[in-house]
Ligand binder design. Structure first.
Ligand code: ZN
Length: 503
């Protein structure tokens, strides 16, 4: 198997370059002094050029051709067959865009990001509009280069959720939207029944850090192969499975930000810390797709971290860390505070219930922009109308509306749906884990996360990127991607918390 072993040697080089690039980026966002910015951007661009050359070279193409013949007799589920299949997929995708077009995209989007920042600061959509138009045009050309069988949006979605189809996602979102809109309306009629003000009291940052670390360590995040630092925008990053780091941000008057953020990122990091050893250096030792990755962060943040059982165990520890702030607070009040629902204008501040409505809105507008059903000039009004229809709140400025996210400036159309798909997947996986072990809630309430950890490791994490997302979901749950576990979870949980009539 000479082609296959040469192919693996090249994949190891590509992996190392990708890891080096991640280290540079982590350092830039954590400890690099401001003076290092220019040199760092040159270093990163060199590494990224070499990585791109290596992963699109005709030599690599020939190795893949040869390796395909060598593995053709193997079982399709064998490791080598899966490596070659995924590498072929990556190679075909990354060689579809002409180099000069890629350079044009990088140049245009970096300018567009710059203009977007100004436009948002000055609340001036007209400034950003020509750049949004350029990005929509680039997205259309991207679609043409990649090609599609059914809908143009498929080509963009495919970049983040390989082989998922727009039409299928529409069906899932159409199932979720009416239920959640009804749930939000019902909750709004009970506004005031939850007092979440305890979370706005002053919690010192060192206490927040100590508690957050204790929580994710108890989950199973391995600090021998990870660490927690501070950044403006929290993230998880991996330099190989034995060094997966997370970051968070603190605000002493918003205790849930650092705590929930740390749990969220630990979900991403545990995924990467626990990919199979046999995948190391193959370019498959990472998450299966954006939605699968997001399912892990959401599972630990929401299904675990906002559950009654979690707080049954952690409330005394939280209290021990903050006895003054919590002197007059009981478990039920704290649990409800962490689950307060307030329709708001800003996606990143949205609660568990309203979050997906923000995503559905963006998914619908992106398709309309791409199809030409919506013009850039009409985008702000279309945005505000959907906010009113879905969430019952209307932005009064474009900065709080169409200008709020960076995604359309950075050329990230097709990305948004993966956030919601991640929520659906998290519930589907959790339901299956619960089916395998009915005592899961009792275990969580006693601070024992080992069986949940093991189930996820065995059914998701260890496979890394061996499978495409829909294959992985089916392998783990025996079912296609479904919204019913998500709808059931959300409806049951919030009907109880807000004492709602049946939805
Ligand atoms: Zn995430």
């Amino acid at each position: 198997m000479s082609h296959l072993s040469d192919l693996k040697a090249t994949l190891a080089q590509i992996t190392h370059l990708q890891e080096v690039s991640q280290i540079l980026s982590w350092d830039q966002q954590t400890y690099m002094p401001p003076g290092g910015a220019e040199g760092r951007s040159e270093q990163m661009s060199t590494i990224s050029r070499i990585t791109h050359e290596l992963s699109t070279s005709s030599d690599l193409g020939r190795l893949i051709d040869g390796a395909e013949k060598e593995v053709s007799a193997l079982e399709p589920t064998s490791l080598d067959a899966q490596i070659v299949r995924m590498v072929r997929y990556d190679f075909d995708l990354s060689t579809k865009l002409p180099t000069n077009f890629v350079a044009e995209v990088v140049k245009t989007t970096s300018m567009a990001e710059h203009v977007w920042m100004e436009a948002r600061r000055e609340n001036d959509f007209s400034k950003f509009a020509p750049w949004l138009q350029k990005n929509v045009d680039l997205a259309k050309r991207t679609v043409e280069y990649y090609g599609y069988d059914d809908l143009p949006y498929d080509a963009l979605l495919n970049l983040y959720e390989p082989k998922m189809k727009t039409r299928d996602v529409r069906v899932l979102f159409d199932q979720v939207r009416p239920v959640v809109v009804r749930l939000v309306k019902a909750i709004q009629e009970r506004q005031g029944s939850i007092d979440g003000s305890v979370l706005l009291r002053s919690f010192d940052e060192s206490g927040q850090e100590a508690f957050s670390k204790e929580v994710v360590k108890t989950f199973g995040y391995d600090f021998n192969r990870g660490r927690l630092d501070r950044t403006t925008h929290p993230f998880a990053t991996s330099f190989g499975k034995n060094d997966c780091r997370i970051t968070t941000r603190y605000d002493k008057n918003l205790v849930q930000m650092a705590l929930m953020g740390t749990m969220h990122e630990s979900g991403h990091a545990m995924y990467e810390q626990n990919v199979g050893d046999d995948l190391v250096g193959t370019t498959l030792a990472g998450g299966c797709s954006n939605s699968l990755h997001e399912s892990q962060s959401r599972l630990w943040e929401n299904l675990v971290g906002r559950s009654k059982e979690f707080w049954q165990y952690f409330f005394p520890k939280f209290y021990a860390q903050f006895p003054e702030q919590l002197a007059d607070v009981d478990l039920a009040t704290l649990y409800r505070a962490f689950n307060q629902v307030t329709p708001s204008l800003i996606r990143v501040e949205a609660d568990e219930v309203t979050y997906n409505l923000h995503i559905i809105l963006r998914f619908e507008l992106e398709q309309d922009l791409l199809d030409g059903k919506l013009t850039v000039a009409d985008a702000p009004d279309a945005w505000n109308q959907k906010m009113t229809d879905y969430l019952g709140v209307t932005p009064t400025t474009d900065a709080e509306g169409v200008l709020q996210d960076i995604h359309w400036a950075m050329g990230g159309m097709g990305y948004f749906p993966t956030y919601s798909l991640g929520n659906f997947v998290s519930c589907q996986l959790f339901e299956k884990a619960l089916e395998a072990n009915k005592d899961l809630p009792i275990e969580i309430a006693s601070g024992n996360f080992s069986s949940l950890f093991s189930w996820l490791k065995e059914n998701v994490w260890t496979d890394g990127r061996r499978n495409f997302p829909l294959e992985q979901i089916r392998k783990a749950t025996g079912r296609p991607l479904e919204t019913s576990p998500y709808i059931k979870y959300l409806t049951n949980k919030f009907t109880e918390i807000y004492s709602l009539p049946p939805i």
